[in-house]
Design a protein around this ligand. Sequence first.
Ligand code: PLP
Length: 393
Amino acid sequence: MNYDFSVSAPREDTNAEKYALREKLFGTNEVLPVWVADMDIDTPCFVLEAVKKRLEHPVIGYEEVPPSMFLAQIEWMKNNHGAEFALEEMLYSHSVVASMNVAIEAFTQKGDKVIVQTPVYPPFFHSVIEHERELLKNPLKHREDGSYTFDIDDLKSKIDKKTKLLLLCSPHNPVGRVWRREELEEILELCLKHNIVVFSDEIHCDLVYVPNVHIPFASLNQRAREITVTAIGPGKTFNMAGFAISAVAIPNKELRAKFKNVYDRIHFAHGCSLSHAAFEAAYREGKEWLEALQIHLLKNYRMLDEVCKKFGHRIKLTPMEGTYLAWLDCRGLGLCDKELRDFFVHKAGLGLSTGISFGREGSGFMRLNFAVSSAKMAQVIEKLQKALQEHRN
Ligand SMILES: Cc1ncc(COP(=O)(O)O)c(C=O)c1O
């Protein structure tokens, strides 16, 4: 089947967060929003069809999570990522961030340290602070070529007896890394040595570009399986975040019991019947659509790269291995963080996420979501080009 990403449905009047919050975030509705991590690309038809089919039954009462739903995800994870999970290891969650918060409650006490590798998706550090745990910041190392890696020496020097949990972002939002096996193994060795549980947020695992390969942390080896809580879901991959559904895989019985204890106490329940149908259809039928999407996203990324290169050192695109979030090194523009945001809003008419919101290390950077239709991408490019042209003159 041919999938067409040339245009997407308008979302302005749909209550879409990306559009509805423009005035609040950017002080104007006159921006093309390329911030929050969902796509301006239509949710695939096979997902929508499954929901329509479910609606043919006139009762939407309480529903158990159907085992077939998790089995579809287990099969997907095995076939596409080489991860082996069993049905009894899977738990429903309405949100990966909520699962992360359960993990913090379940595996740490007030005052314990939780490792976070900045710059990173803001709920990573907000969740730690809000639970009154101590943030152990292990900033990523910024390399010569603009890419990032773990700073293992820094981590070694900071871990102590109070360090109980590591929140891993894999692939990494916003720096676009798909961690290599050797990198993950170094983290694993340290966590094993110090009895640290790993919460591995792998929500972006399907959005990875060849030759990069996503390696689920739990799949590294048996010992990794025993200390890892993996969060995975179809929300990013199939642009269905509005269904609010994901899963947590916890192979270790003891960790699962601890997690379940908190999870049951705050009543995660079983989610929405329509989401169950959408989730299963996505994993059962989504392979071909995803392959077409990846080609489209790469095309968008290359267009962005070309514009940045055209204007020399002003904006440098961080090498991207995964996710649809470009991490723009804007330090060459010579603007402070507020000026940088204003430059994009007022000169380019684009609403990006500020780098500084991902941690202090994000100062001078901006994050641009390039998961848009070809028509929208052409607008993004035109706006950016015009603003950079003006800046040069
Ligand atoms: C790394 C990462 N984790 C989690 C989420 C949000 O997941 P959820 O909506 O399931 O809480 C995002 C969304 O941008 C993300 O980038």
